[in-house]
Write a protein that binds this ligand. Structure first.
Ligand code: NAD
Length: 360
């Protein structure tokens, strides 16, 4: 594996004895920001490899939307019985251990919630170090990332739908939504309020009632990808767009929150051949990162941070749409935008919009 990162740190937690790894891929555009994944990795080398890959992905996500942050990630390797992450367990020692290693990096890396960690856990980290994002609202934080992610995906959808489907509004658009979790449920509300006709599902069948209460129609999870619709929105799992699913799709546009939706790099061109436009996930779903770092790193108000994330995501997508004239796929174009920004080392500033405190 090529080591293109700035820093890789690993230590054993003083309190838990669990291995904790932090990878900083790049701080060219600002402090590295990325979640802490808490997982039973089985072996240490898989944990290091995952941490390096996730940190690099954060660099490109942040750079594509001009977030003024770099890319980093941390992982805590917990034993099997921690993987389900019981709410009853005393989680504080682990997050104090994580705080120790974050503090040693004196601001090069800001830790945030990820799979297996929560805003409340970040509150524990905050007891020892200020270099933390995604804190609860009660601690002056962004209150997690689902809200920012949902409004960013919604903005990406509105732009793509007007640019690609030529519709000035989502009223009457038909949407198939996969995954009714933190992001999917917020999105479903935004979509039904905008007048779209939504069919939604979740592998957790107990969510049917909530789906129906939000004004969407419930369909069985195994049928969601083959729904006849304008837009398919993957908001559950990565790797969903494999050859079989792509052959089943009956939509014009794919845009969603899930990370790494393409099962393989060729998946996007398979969709193009079928006349389906795929919006790069790492741009569409950058809103959670942009919202929390807007508030907690750049010092913006919630309102200014929301406006900024919408501006930055739609700005990146507009540029990527224009770059299709050079024969680039949207995903390739989005990477090019990030690469150019990293090469220039340029960042437009915390907000292009004036904030309540004069922040510009
Ligand atoms: P979540 O865990 O709250 O919700 C995911 C939902 O998907 C769950 O309700 C789960 O039951 C459901 N699901 C899993 N497999 C499914 C399947 N095969 N079919 C239907 N439903 C299925 O997660 P979330 O925070 O809502 O995030 C959704 C996706 O977006 C995840 O892939 C996540 O990695 C990605 N993402 C989230 C954020 C964020 O800020 N939360 C940011 C970037 C990317």
């Amino acid at each position: 594996m090529l080591f293109s990162h700035e820093t890789l740190r690993a230590s054993r937690g003083r309190r838990t004895d669990f291995p904790i790894i932090v990878a900083i891929h790049s701080t060219i555009l600002g402090p590295a920001v990325g979640g802490c994944r808490v997982k039973d990795y089985g072996d240490f080398s898989s944990a290091v490899a995952d941490c390096l890959l996730l940190a690099e992905a954060m660099t490109y996500k942040a750079a594509a939307v001009d977030n003024g942050t770099g890319g980093g990630k941390s992982v805590a390797c917990v034993p099997k019985d921690w993987a389900g992450f019981s709410r009853h367990r005393d989680r504080a020692p682990l997050f104090l251990d994580i705080a120790d290693i974050v503090a040693e990096l004196v601001g090069q890396y800001h830790v945030a919630p990820d799979v297996g960690s929560t805003p409340d856990d970040m509150g524990v980290v905050r007891r020892r170090t200020p270099y933390v994002a995604g804190l609860p609202l009660s601690l002056g934080g962004a209150g997690g990332t689902a809200y920012g992610t949902a409004i960013g995906v919604f903005a990406a959808l509105e732009l793509a739908s007007s640019t690609i489907l030529g519709s000035q509004s989502l009223r009457g658009a038909t949407i198939a939504l996969q995954g009714f979790g933190g992001v999917g449920s917020l999105l479903c509300d935004l979509l039904t309020k905008a007048g779209a006709s939504v069919v939604a599902t979740d592998i957790d069948l107990s969510k049917r009632q909530a789906v129906e209460q939000s004004g969407a129609k419930w369909v069985a999870p195994e049928t969601i990808c083959a729904q006849d619709c304008d837009v398919f929105m993957p908001c559950a799992l990565g790797g969903i767009l494999d050859d079989r699913v792509i052959a089943d799709l009956r939509c014009k546009l794919v845009v969603g929150a899930a990370n790494n939706q393409l099962a393989r790099p060729e998946s996007e061109s398979l969709m193009t051949q079928r006349g389906i436009v795929y919006i790069p996930d790492f741009v569409a779903n950058a809103g959670g990162l942009a919202y929390s770092s807007g508030i907690e790193i750049h010092g913006l108000s919630a309102q200014a941070s929301s406006e900024r994330l919408v501006t930055r995501i739609t700005g990146a997508l507009r540029t990527a749409f224009d770059m299709r004239d050079e024969g680039l796929s949207l995903t390739r174009a989005a990477y090019r935008i990030a690469e150019d920004r990293l090469r220039d080392g340029g960042y437009a500033g915390p907000s292009a919009l004036p904030g309540p405190d004069g922040n510009a």
